[in-house]
Design a protein around this ligand. Structure first.
Ligand code: B1M
Length: 234
């Protein structure tokens, strides 16, 4: 039987063992090991998106469950988030490497009062990989920051992220402000984040709720397609 203190050589593990080990390492906030594991999976021919979803996002789900259940606390979750970002930084250029022409422009940011940014960074990476130009305005954004960025960037889309039940209502504040200023029809509004759902998206007047980054890309592509068809018809 393996001694608990025995050093684990990541490169010696098979794919399944390595993914499980990476989930453990993410849980323990071991950034270097996550970076090493990410590189090994890529060298073994794994697609960047598969590494992202199966090794990193799935590991973060365990962290989230234990955070909810009071087993992990903010400092540990921050370390896990840092480790996840280490892996994401390696995947980012690969996901963006499709060479696709620009198909649309999106401003994305987390709403006021909310500092969670892993999900929206992932959406940014996937959108860039699919050929969108993205202006990521970070966390804790008041309505003014969104509107300024939308105008400066001449965006097609507004993407908003919220991870807290207390901050998600702020998305409606942003949409209502766009309506009040006569700007709502200029932008396609996409919203996402773990506590949201379709019904909430509809209720606040968003154009679509996106369950995850892949859905966000598909939804944005679909809207751009419709926009081009309308322009061609009119
Ligand atoms: Co926070 N946190 N957190 N946290 N945190 C949650 C969200 C929570 C569900 C944990 C829990 O209790 N299980 C809980 C919220 C409960 C609720 O509101 N009902 C919670 C809490 C309570 C808090 C604090 C209040 C804790 C405290 O201080 N007592 C505090 C709040 C701080 C604040 O924002 N003001 C807090 C702090 C933190 C950390 C700083 C420690 C850290 C954030 C670090 C960072 O982001 N840089 C953190 C983390 C990491 C989490 C969990 C564990 C993981 C979130 C994450 O990154 N998931 C989270 C638990 C969970 O969600 N299960 C939790 C991985 C990410 C890939 O998924 O963000 O859902 P997600 O993004 C997905 C989709 O949702 C979608 O695509 C993404 C990729 O597929 N998506 C979009 C997201 N945004 C989109 C935008 C789009 C489209 C799709 O626009 C087009």
């Amino acid at each position: 039987m393996a001694d608990d203190d025995e050093e684990i050589i990541l490169a010696d593990l098979d794919d399944e063992e390595l993914v499980l080990q990476m989930q453990d390492d993410l849980y323990d906030g071991m950034k270097e090991e996550i970076e090493e594991g990410t590189r090994i999976l890529l060298e073994r021919g794994w697609a960047p998106y598969k590494v992202l979803t199966e090794a990193l996002v799935s590991g973060m789900k365990v962290v989230g469950d234990d955070f909810r259940d009071g087993i992990l606390f903010v400092p540990e979750v921050l370390l896990a988030a840092g480790a996840m970002k280490g892996g994401m930084a390696i995947l980012k250029p690969l996901l963006a490497e499709t060479g696709a022409p620009t198909i649309g422009r999106i401003v994305i940011g987390t709403v006021k009062g909310d500092i969670h940014d892993i999900g929206q960074n992932l959406v940014t990476m996937m959108m860039e990989g699919a050929g969108f130009e993205v202006k990521n305005i970070g966390i804790n954004n008041p309505v003014e920051a969104y509107i300024e960025a939308l105008e400066e960037f001449d965006a097609d889309f507004l993407g908003m992220s919220a991870l807290l039940t207390t901050t998600m209502p702020y998305m409606k504040v942003v949409i209502d402000t766009l309506v009040a200023e006569g700007k709502r029809d200029k932008y396609i509004v996409l919203v996402g984040g773990a506590p949201l759902n379709e019904e909430f998206g509809r209720a606040i007047g968003a154009d679509a709720y996106c369950r995850d980054a892949a859905v966000a890309v598909e939804t944005a592509k679909e809207f751009m397609h419709r926009k081009h068809n309308r322009m061609a018809a009119g």
